[in-house]
Design a protein around this ligand. Structure first.
Ligand code: ARG
Length: 461
């Protein structure tokens, strides 16, 4: 029995192991809708240009739509010996409509076909990421508004640094999400070119209209170089890069949610809907969703390194190596969307323990910088000296096991005689955050203004 796909040139069937290593259908069947859309656009264009008849194009379209229905109904019979989604669809089309099916592949190769399918898929994924990020941002803004003045400790080195507001902390993630979103839009604008009609690698002698197929498929324009078009996987690499950065951001929030929800911190309570219990310890509430979001960069970074490694050193143009491009990109798309959606859900649902946050904000001498700043402002000390004086005050308070504002004026004046009663006004956590009015600072009014500006920007998108 000869080969199912290229019977002309090949007398023997492939070895079973060859079939196993060569087939990609289990992965690329995910591209069925893009493949069918690409084929419909291509055949319609061929008919418009008189390369095939209008009747054949109509039959091809009807057949392809039937196939789409079969795949969506789960009745399509995917075959490994037909390698990939492209050959599976084409073979079924031949069964359904007969000889007209053989005209579909005129002026086309699987090389430009897979490139167009994959681009369409990654482009759609980018739009889905933008949408998911928008929902995430909306959730963060709502929580920021609610907690514009909720004081919590800000950390460096995970040590209490200075008081900030929870609203300000939420807005930090709004900024990251906005950069991720804009990276997504940038990537879309670069990938918005149709490779269809580049054929195998050199273009084609048929009088095709690549601008028409590009337009029909929603691309801005056709690619300009046929060799580049079939060899390029930058669009996938760019998606994976932005996905890795975005997942990294989400993992940092996830880690904070894990820490904050411990009984030791008790800053937040994750909802039942985003927590799990333990099969043995009845008291447990585990932040599994946050932990899984924290772990997603493992997969996504892996996908990026994997595809960079596949593409590295590949001579132009298409090599079968490139079939290894899809599995990990698909996994990265799913992982990223889930991570964004889970983060959104957790942020929406979590309960803030304002008292615990405020208490913690007052611990660890978080207003020591405010004391130093006061010495600069009111006593004219150089900042370095003020830093030193404050350090001694902190040491004294620490030795006594009390907060800074529990030291008496006499104690403080013993450290530096320029200190007056007025200093106590800056030692509270509320005074500290209210004083941080520099542009981008944590003062509640700043936070409210930034929320207003974000809402305005979003309304204009
Ligand atoms: N399944 C292949 C892939 O994903 C389609 C392109 C095959 N082209 C070829 N010349 N063998 O890359």
């Amino acid at each position: 029995t000869s080969n199912e796909m290229w019977g002309g040139r090949f007398a023997a069937r492939p070895d079973a192991i060859m079939e196993a290593i060569n087939a990609s259908i289990d992965v690329d069947r995910r591209l069925y809708a893009e493949d069918i859309a690409g084929s419909i656009a291509h055949s319609a264009m061929l008919a418009d240009r008189g390369v095939i008849s209008a009747e054949d194009a109509a039959e091809i379209k009807t057949g392809l739509e039937t196939i789409r229905g079969e795949i969506e109904a789960g009745t399509f019979n995917f075959s490994t010996s037909l390698e990939d989604i492209h050959m599976n669809v084409e073979a079924r089309l031949a069964e359904l409509i007969g000889p007209a099916a053989g005209r579909l592949h005129t002026a086309r190769s699987r090389n430009d076909q897979v490139a167009v399918d994959f681009r369409l898929h990654v482009k759609a994924a980018c739009f889905a990421v933008v949408e998911a990020l928008d929902a995430f941002t909306a959730a963060l803004l709502d929580r920021a508004e609610e907690h514009a003045a909720t004081v919590m400790p800000g950390f460096t080195h995970l040590q209490v640094a200075q008081p900030v507001t929870f609203g300000h902390h939420c807005l930090a993630y709004v900024e990251m999400a906005a950069r991720d979103r804009s990276r997504c839009l940038d990537a879309i604008s670069r990938m918005d070119e149709s490779p269809l009609g580049s054929a195998a690698l050199a273009g084609t002698g048929f009088p095709i209209d690549r601008h028409a197929t590009a337009k029909a498929l929603g691309f801005r324009e056709p690619t300009r170089n046929s060799l580049d078009a079939v060899a390029d996987r930058d669009f996938a690499l760019e998606f994976l890069s932005l996905a890795a950065i975005c997942a990294t951001h989400l993992s940092r929030l996830a880690e904070e949610l894990v820490i904050w929800s411990t009984p030791q911190f008790g800053f937040i309570r994750l909802s039942d809907a985003f927590s799990t219990g333990s099969s043995i310890m009845p008291q447990k509430r585990n932040p599994d969703a946050a932990e899984l979001v924290r772990a997603k960069p493992g997969r996504i970074n892996g996908a990026l390194i994997s595809l960079l490694t596949v593409m590295k050193g590949l001579p132009l143009t298409y090599s079968k190596d490139m079939q290894e491009d899809k599995a990990q990109v698909f996994d990265a798309i799913d992982s990223l969307l889930l991570a964004i959606r889970a983060s959104t859900g957790m942020v929406k649902d979590l309960t803030v323990n304002e008292a615990a946050m405020r208490r913690a904000a007052g611990h660890g001498y978080s207003t020591a910088t405010d004391l130093a700043d006061w010495l600069v402002r009111e006593a004219g000390l150089p900042f370095r000296e003020a830093h030193h004086v404050t350090g001694r005050a902190v040491k004294l308070a620490e030795d006594r096991g009390v907060a800074l504002d529990a030291l008496s004026l006499a104690d403080l004046q013993a450290i530096n005689p320029a200190i007056t009663d007025g200093v106590y006004a800056v030692l509270s956590v509320d005074a500290s955050v209210a004083s941080r009015t520099s542009y981008g600072g944590t003062a509640p009014d700043n936070v409210r203004e930034q929320i207003r500006l974000w809402r305005e920007r979003i309304a204009q998108r």
